[in-house]
Ligand binder design. Structure first.
Ligand SMILES: [Zn+2]
Length: 382
């Protein structure tokens, strides 16, 4: 009984103290070089190279231990949640478990694509997806990462991303976090490095499942040598893809950030303290694959006119994320993604339009604004 009590305390330390160690300087979706520069008092940043539009690519090194982990985030510029979580994770170790830095060396590139971060785009300034550039290394950012990989010679790589709001687990539960042990070849072979990254994912999944049961998924492992993870895995470096997902109305992704921070802490511990070696790599396959059964706002029983005919249908509304450069904020602009009979879908907000008598003309350019008037009314009643 005493043992059980102690275990519960240990498991919850990272969660209970989160507000104490959270890096509060970073907030929201718009995280750029300017944002992380505000952390210069706490971190000694170096510069590993320049972006295609001449912005510095910052890095930082923590620890001096023999286990080496290379971590990069925001290779897709508008995927910032894991960057916030990464600084929370470093702050946790600094405050509560400094000793770990005698066992591990972390080489961190917090924003690999600073132009994309500044413009809030997935691609870099040349419209190149850096996660498809691992072989040709046509972009300065890709070259910098590869150069550091060669120099540092890591034991593990962490590749940090955000995933869209469409991703779900087993039906319509939101996928809050998802992971991938990338394939190392077209046959999706279970190579030694791949097995090790599967073991780490399986070991943290066990712990995460206590906190967000049913909200964890894994990505499809189709091989693409142009992806950075697949390339590093094929070079026998165990590589883990981390994806911050979405839940509820947390469009700033501050809650997901907390879960991702926990995942990062547990991954680093699992590697440093060799917890993962005890795990059966096949447990990785027990994590369900992502499904795509969610949208931002799901409307049921909407009266519409299509081709001069009245009918009752479902409408899936999605948000475009648009940068307001003046306010340095991301605005959500709704649009109709699809409509019809989507009874297998759900939304982060689901509303029944049964009580709405109005009949919406889907050919009108104003229809999204008209729908949103009722969405805002109904969500208050709900
Ligand atoms: Zn991404």
């Amino acid at each position: 009984m005493l043992t059980l009590f102690i275990i519960i305390i240990i498991v919850n330390l990272e969660l209970d103290k989160y507000q104490d160690y959270k890096e509060k300087i970073l907030f929201g979706r718009y995280i750029t070089n300017e944002s992380i520069s505000k952390l210069k008092k706490s971190y000694n940043f170096s510069i590993i190279g320049e972006s295609s539009n001449n912005l510095p690519i910052f890095s930082l090194k923590r620890g001096s231990g023999s286990v080496k982990i290379l971590i990069w985030s925001q290779m897709h510029g508008n995927e910032s949640t894991s960057t916030k979580a990464l600084f929370d994770c470093l702050s946790f170790f600094d405050k509560y478990e400094r000793d770990i830095f005698s066992k591990v060396t972390l080489f961190v590139v917090p924003i690999l694509n600073p132009d994309g971060a500044l413009n809030y785009t997935r691609e870099n300034i040349n419209n190149v997806d850096l996660n498809r550039d691992a072989q040709s290394l046509s972009q300065l950012e890709s070259y910098s990462l590869r150069h550091e990989y060669n120099q540092f010679n890591p034991d593990f790589c962490f590749n940090l991303h955000d995933q869209r709001t469409i991703y779900s687990v087993k039906g319509t539960k939101p996928s809050v976090l998802s992971f991938l042990s990338p394939s190392a070849d077209i046959e999706k072979s279970e190579t030694n490095s791949r097995k090790d990254s599967m073991r780490v994912i399986a070991s943290i999944n066990k712990k995460l499942s206590l906190i967000i049961p049913g909200n964890i998924s894994r990505y499809k492992d189709d091989f693409n040598i142009n992806c950075v993870g697949d390339t590093f895995q094929s070079l026998n470096t165990p590589t883990i893809l981390f994806e911050s997902g979405h839940i509820g109305q947390d469009y700033e992704r501050e809650k997901t950030r907390e879960y991702m921070c926990y995942a990062l802490i547990q991954s680093i511990k699992s590697i440093v303290f060799k917890e993962f070696v005890k795990v059966n790599f096949k447990d990785y396959y027990l994590i369900p694959e992502n499904t795509q059964h969610l949208c931002d706002i799901f409307l049921k029983n909407v009266n519409v006119i299509i081709d001069n005919k009245r009918s009752k249908i479902c409408i899936n509304i999605m948000f475009s994320e648009v940068l307001d450069i003046e306010k340095k904020e991301i605005k959500l602009e709704p649009y109709i993604d699809k409509y019809g009979d989507y009874s297998n879908m759900s939304g982060h907000l689901t509303l029944d339009f049964n009580t709405v008598k109005k009949c919406f003309d889907l050919s009108s350019s104003l229809v999204i604004n008209e729908l949103m008037v009722y969405v805002n009314e109904l969500r208050i009643i709900q």
